[in-house]
Structure formats: C-alpha cells, structure tokens
Design a protein. Sequence first.
Length: 409
Amino acid sequence: MSPVQLRSRTANAPYSRRISLTERSYLMGALLAPPMAIQVFVEGAGTIDPDQLARAVATASAACPGARVVRRGSNWVDSGQAPPVTVVDGALIDFDSYDSEPLKRPFDVARGPNCEVLLITGERPTVVFRAFHAVMDGKGVMTWITEVFRALRGETVLGATDTDTDESLVARFAKNDGAAAAPKSTGDWPSALDALPDHGTSRDEATGAAWIWRRRTVPGIHAGLVAKAAVAITRASGAAAQYMVPINLRRHDPAVLSTANLTLPILLDVPVDAAWRRIQGKLVQAMMEGKELDSRGPNAGDTRLSSFAGLAPGLNQALSAGEQRATYPTSGIISELGRPDLAALGGAGFEARTVYSLPMYIPYAPTFLTMYQLPGWVEIGLSCRSGAGMASKADALLSLVADELTSSL
C-alpha cells in the first residue's frame, strides 16, 4: 500500500478501532501497577534538535494514528494530538537501576497522551519511546519508532492505519478442526528468583517502587533466545516451568499495517533438565500449529490462563501478595522483540548504537524478560518485584541467562 493510499484512507474516515479484551486487561492492570508501559531506548551518539524531533513525531504519528489514540467508550479514537516530546537531562536518569521518575510516569487513557517521547541529553544521548501497552504492542512501537526516524531524515512515511485487533485476526485465522486444545496452566508455578541465594547489599533495599528493572548486554549472535532463556531460568528454579511467550499475530497476514496489540501468547512447558534445542523445537512446532490463536480461538483450553486477558482478574491478588507470593500463574514472560535495523534508527545528527527495552512489571509473573538481537550482541531487559535482595537476585538470574547464551554459541 503506497503512502498516498494511506493518507487518502485516513482522510476518508477518522481512525478508530475497538478495544480488544487483551487491551482491556492492560487497562485493568494500569490501575494496579502503572504505568503498564512499553519503553524502547534508542541509545546512540550525536544530538537531535528537540523541535525537529517533535515535528518528526507529529508527522509519524499522523501516519500511525494509533500513537494518538484516547479512549472513547469501547473504542480507541484518534485525538489528533501528537505525542509530546520532552527533553530530559541525562543526569536525572540512573542508567543502572533506571529508577527514574520520567520512566514511571503513568498515562491518561481518556485525555491522553498514551504515547510519548523522551529525548535524554548528556553523555549517553538516548531517545526513549514510551507507549501505554493498552494501545500498542512491541512490534507496534517499533513500527512507530521507525516512522519517526524516517520522518526525521526527511523521507516519506509509510504509515500504519489498519484497524485490526487480536480478536479479528483470531476470527480470521484460528482453526476449528478438532485439534488439541491449548496447553493448560496449573497456575501454581514457583519463582526462580526465590530459589536463588540472597547476596543482597544495602543498594538492594526497596525504594518504595513495586518493581525493579535490570538490563544486560550479551555478546554474540544467538539462535533460540527464548528457549535458552527459558532453560536457564527453569534450571535456576529447580522445578518444571511454564512460560508465556508473546507471539506477533501479524505473521498470519504480513499485509497488516498496525501499531495495535496484535499479540497473543503461547504457553511453553519446560522440564527442569531440558536442553534448549528441544525447547526451541517445541516453540517452533507450536508456532507452526498457530497455538497462540488457540488462546482466544475455538480450540482454546483453559482460557482463564492461556491468554493475557484471562489473567487480569488475578492482578489484584497478585499485587497484594507482593513478595509473600509463593507461586504464580506463570513462571515468567519471555518476549523476543526482533532484530532492529540500527541504520534505520537515526537521522538529523543522531546515530543509533543500540536498542533495548525495559519490560513493564506484571504482578502475575515473577519475571518479564525482553530481548533484542543486535548485530553482534543481545540486549536483555528484565522486570521483577522489588524488595530486599531482589536486585542482586535479578542480576544473578541475568547472569545465568547470559551464561546459557554464551555457552551454546
């Protein structure tokens, strides 16, 4: 679809789409564990004029109106207002813990904005793209980011104006052929973090936040990122595990151009002594069979536990249990976000050097990992609950994942 066609389509009717059940689960989650944000950091070298970046964000967001939506009843509706660009002094950002106010600001679902851009200045110039997860998924955010940099370079934006939802894609592609149902979860999975020794220091004490973030860079080009991470975390827990692995539904129709939440999970069972290649094979087989469609489709198993939305009612219990919780509905969430093109994420005097994501905190999961494969290294982000000793345990868990990656090169 050409850029001219996209502009014509947008002009004919204001952008609007239904709020899906998955997106409603994030709306509920944001009431308990705000900001429920996807945050992608494009770190590099050089400087960007803030006004020039703001114009690029406005241009890209007009072409990707999912970046401008607000809630109106049961729909997301284009507000016509571009996401704001805020300049942040790099001295205010802790690049070790990321425990910084600008990265924790909540969104306003009804008034907006539900997306924003932070331009971090200083020794580590970084552009941070923040999106409320109720309006975008990881692929959607990267689509928007790519369009912003395309506009920044003065190129024609391509746009993403389709109004598909995860439910509409399931309706189109889920099979009803009597196949086996999606795997069920017992909802009784221990946390690998609880099995690790506590070597905490004073810097590990709770800061008042419900969660902590950690980041790790691992050299090498790696196959089977999800499988390797799952094997490493399972081994640390000392017990069988089951992970939620988000799958991009756009793969069923590559013509779909959308920034919406077009993601549903596959439940991946991992025995404690499993080899990563076996788990990779299970994941590939599940994707070949379209198992992520089963979590909402006619063959769904325990839909209460096999979809993100089905877990929403347990958020309050999960949050209130805090560090006293012994088991969880899932062993963790592991999301492989793809292979960013660094050359496409620059312009106007800025050159991208790396890309990473800080995953949102999900009370029903002991850990949430996001991973980008870059040219020669992997960027891993992790979120987990806070508490005394938790930072050192999170660091230890990332070390185990890194060891699994490097040992299998």
